[in-house]
Design a protein around this ligand. Structure first.
Ligand code: GLA
Length: 370
C-alpha cells in the first residue's frame, strides 16, 4: 500500500464565517494538510486533518470505471465556510448527533453544552471536531489524527484526548479506529459523517440506492429530532430496511416521523448477536453495481438521507448538491443516549479507554441488474 502527503493546502489566515455561529478566527491554517491513501486495486481515499475529514473516495464500478463516491469540496476554505454546515466527511463529536436541550447529568453534576441546533446540541456544538485542525501522523498503513479537547470546550467536562486512525486495506475497506481517554467523566460518541452517492458525487438522487439495515427497532423522535425514548418496531413502517429496498420506495409515505425528519434522519438500533464487529448496513447502487457494506462495533446507526441538501452547495466537480443527493450511514450510540439511562452508556470515565472501530467496505455486485 502506498500513501503520501499530497500537498499543503494554502488558505489565507483571515476570519471566516462559520455557518450557524459567529465569525471565528481559524489561525492554524499552516498545519492543514491533505493525505492520499491508495491501495493495490487503485482505490484512492483523500483525507485532510481539518475536521479529520474524508474529502474523496474513488472506487471502481462493476466495469472498473472509477468515480468519487463521497460528497465534498476541493478546497478547505469551502469546508470552513459551508452554508448550513453539512459536516461533509468529517468526524463529529465530542457527542455526534443530538443532545436534547444540551443538558445532561453525570454523577449528580449537571452540564449544559452549547445549543447550536434549534435549542438542542448537535455534533459537538459550534466548534465541534469537524471544525478543528487535528495533529497528523503518517503511519505505516494509514493516517493517525489526534486532538486534545479541553475541559469545558462547548460545555463538556474533561480534557479528552482523542485519536482516529484511518486505514485503507487491499480489500477496499476504510477502517476507522477511534480511541479516547478523559480526566473527568464525559459523554463521548464520535462518528464519521461522509455523504455517499455510489453513482458518483453530484450524479443525482440517492433514492434509487438500495439499502439494508440490520435492525428491527428505531428511535422515534420529536419535532426537534430528539428521541422520545421509545424503541419502535420497524415492521409495517417505512423504516423497515431489514430486507434491501430502494430508499425512495417509502420516503414520501404519509408518516409523522418522516415529516419530522423531512425524510429519513433517524437512528436504528442494530440487531446484534453480541459485542464486536458486525455488519450493520449494506448500500447498493444498481446502475454502477457499487456496494458499500458498513461494519461496526457500535450499537446503532444513523441513516440520514441528505434531506437538508437544497442545491445551495456546489461540490468539488462543480455539480450542485441537490436534495437527497448524498446519504450518511453514521455508526454510533443513539442520539440523546446521555439522557436515556436504559440505553448503552456513552460515559467515558477516567482510567477507561474509549475504543471503537467501524469499517466501510466497497465492492461491486456484477450479478444483480436493475
Ligand atoms: C446529521 C443529522 C441531521 C443533519 C445533518 C447535517 O446527520 O442527523 O439532522 O443535522 O447531520 O446536516
Amino acid at each position: 500500500m502506498k500513501k503520501h502527503i499530497q500537498s499543503l493546502l494554502l488558505v489565507s489566515p483571515v476570519s471566516l464565517l462559520i455557518a450557524g455561529c459567529a465569525s471565528v478566527k481559524v489561525d492554524d491554517f499552516d498545519s492543514i494538510q491533505k493525505y492520499t491513501l491508495t491501495n493495490e486495486n487503485g482505490m484512492v481515499v483523500k483525507i485532510t486533518n481539518y475536521g479529520a475529514t474524508i474529502t474523496s473516495i474513488q472506487v471502481p464500478d462493476r466495469d472498473g470505471t472509477m468515480a468519487d463516491v463521497a460528497l465534498g469540496y476541493n478546497d478547505v476554505s469551502d469546508y470552513i465556510n459551508a452554508v448550513d454546515r453539512p459536516y461533509f466527511g468529517s468526524v463529529v463529536g465530542r457527542y455526534g448527533n443530538r443532545i436534547g436541550k444540551g443538558e445532561f447529568t453525570i454523577d449528580g453534576e449537571s452540564y449544559q453544552v452549547s445549543l447550536n441546533n434549534n435549542g438542542n446540541h448537535l455534533h459537538g456544538g459550534f466548534m465541534g471536531f469537524d471544525k478543528i485542525v487535528w495533529s497528523a501522523e503518517v503511519l505505516k498503513d494509514g493516517i493517525k489524527l489526534s486532538y486534545l479537547a479541553k475541559d469545558g470546550e462547548e460545555g463538556y467536562p474533561g480534557n479528552l484526548a482523542l485519536s482516529v486512525v484511518y486505514t485503507l486495506t487491499n480489500q477496499n475497506e476504510i477502517v476507522m479506529h477511534y480511541q479516547a481517554s478523559s480526566d473527568k467523566a464525559t459523554p463521548v460518541n464520535v462518528t464519521n459523517h461522509t455523504y455517499f452517492n455510489l453513482a458518483g458525487e453530484g450524479s443525482g438522487s440517492i433514492n434509487g440506492h438500495q439499502l439494508q439495515i440490520h435492525s428491527s427497532v428505531y428511535t422515534p423522535v420529536d419535532a426537534g429530532l430528539i428521541p422520545t425514548g421509545e424503541l419502535r418496531q420497524v415492521a409495517g413502517t417505512p423504516f423497515d430496511f431489514r430486507s434491501a429496498k430502494p430508499i425512495g420506495r417509502d420516503v414520501e409515505a404519509d408518516d409523522k416521523q418522516l415529516k419530522f425528519g423531512l425524510g429519513y434522519d433517524h437512528n436504528w438500533v442494530l440487531d446484534r448477536k453480541g459485542p464486536g464487529m458486525e455488519l450493520a448496513a449494506t448500500l447498493y447502487e444498481p446502475n454502477s453495481g457499487r456496494v458499500l457494506e458498513v461494519y461496526t462495533e457500535e450499537p446503532a446507526i444513523q441513516f440520514y438521507g441528505g434531506n437538508f441538501l437544497d442545491g445551495r452547495l456546489i461540490g468539488k466537480s462543480g455539480k450542485v448538491y441537490a436534495h437527497r443527493t448524498g446519504l450518511c450511514l453514521e455508526t454510533q450510540h443513539s442520539p440523546d443516549s446521555v439522557n436515556q439511562p436504559s440505553w448503552p452508556s456513552v460515559i467515558l470515565r477516567p482510567g477507561e479507554t474509549y475504543d471503537t472501530t467501524s469499517i466501510y467496505k466497497f465492492s461491486t455486485n456484477p450479478l444483480i441488474t436493475q
